[in-house]
Design a protein around this ligand. Sequence first.
Ligand code: OAD
Length: 249
Amino acid sequence: MEINLPDEFITQLSLSKRIVFFTGAGISAESGIPTFRGEEGIWKKFRPEELANFNAFMRNPTLVWEWYQYRRKIVRETTPNPGHYAIVEFENYFDVTVVTQNVDNLHKRAGSKLVYELHGNIEKNYCIRCKKRYDFIEFPENQGAPICECGGNIRPDIVWFGEYLPNDQFSSSENAAEVSDIFFVVGTSSVVYPAASITNIARSAGSYVVEINITETEISDRVNLFLKGKSGEILPKIIELIKSEKAKT
Ligand code: OAD
C-alpha cells in the first residue's frame, strides 16, 4: 500500500517531543479482535444495553459474565500486531503516552510503558459489594458468574455504559493530551464520550492531530492530517520514515 506522508507532517515529527496515541478497537482489529461498530462490529449482533451496563449485569449476571468470558478467550488467543509494536518503537524517539479505550491489554503486552486505560481491562475484576480485586484469576467456564467470599457478585473491571471513567486514568490522559506535540487518533470511531473529548483537548491546546483509520469518521474533517488505511500498515511506515530521517542527520 502506498502511503503519502506530507512534508508538513515530516517537519512536525522532527520538531516534536511528546506524542500521544489515542486508540480504539480498530488498532486491535488486525489481531483478530472484532470492533464494536460498522458492518463486522459486535454491536450489530448484540445490543450494548443488553450486555454492557450494570442493570443488565444485575438482571442476569451469568449472561453478562459469559459474554466477557467469551471475549477474554478471544483476547487471550490473540497477540499484538505491527500497529501495537510500532507504537512501542516510537518510544525510541519520543516521550510516548498511550491512551486507550481498549480493554484487551494488547498495548501493555506489546511493551508500551505508559498506558492509560479509559474503559478498564478485561483481565481484571472486582466484587461489587466489598470491592475486593480479582486480577488475572482463572474462573472456570460454564459455572455462571462468580461470587466473592463476602457474597457479592464479581464483575469485570470494565467501564459500562452510564458509568464514570476511572478518574486518575482520565485526568492523566487529559494532561498528556494538553502537552502533546502530536496527537494520533488511531482506529476509533470517536463517538463514545467522554473518552473522545480527549482529542478536542489536544486540538484546542494546539497539538498536531493525525487520524489513522480505514474510513473517515466524525472528526476526519477537523484533524491536521487524515491517513486512510490500516494502523498495522501505516504506523510501521511512519517508523521507517523516522528511522530514515534520523539516518540523514
Ligand atoms: P468502534 O468499533 O466504534 O470503531 C472502530 C474504528 O476502527 C472504526 O472507525 C473503524 O473504521 C476503525 N478500524 C477498523 N479496522 C481498522 C484498522 N485495521 N486500522 C485502523 N482503523 C480501523 O470502536 P471504538 O471507537 O474503540 O466501550 O469504540 C469506543 C467504545 O465503544 C469502546 O471502548 C467500547 C464501545 O462500546 C466499552 O466497552 C466501554
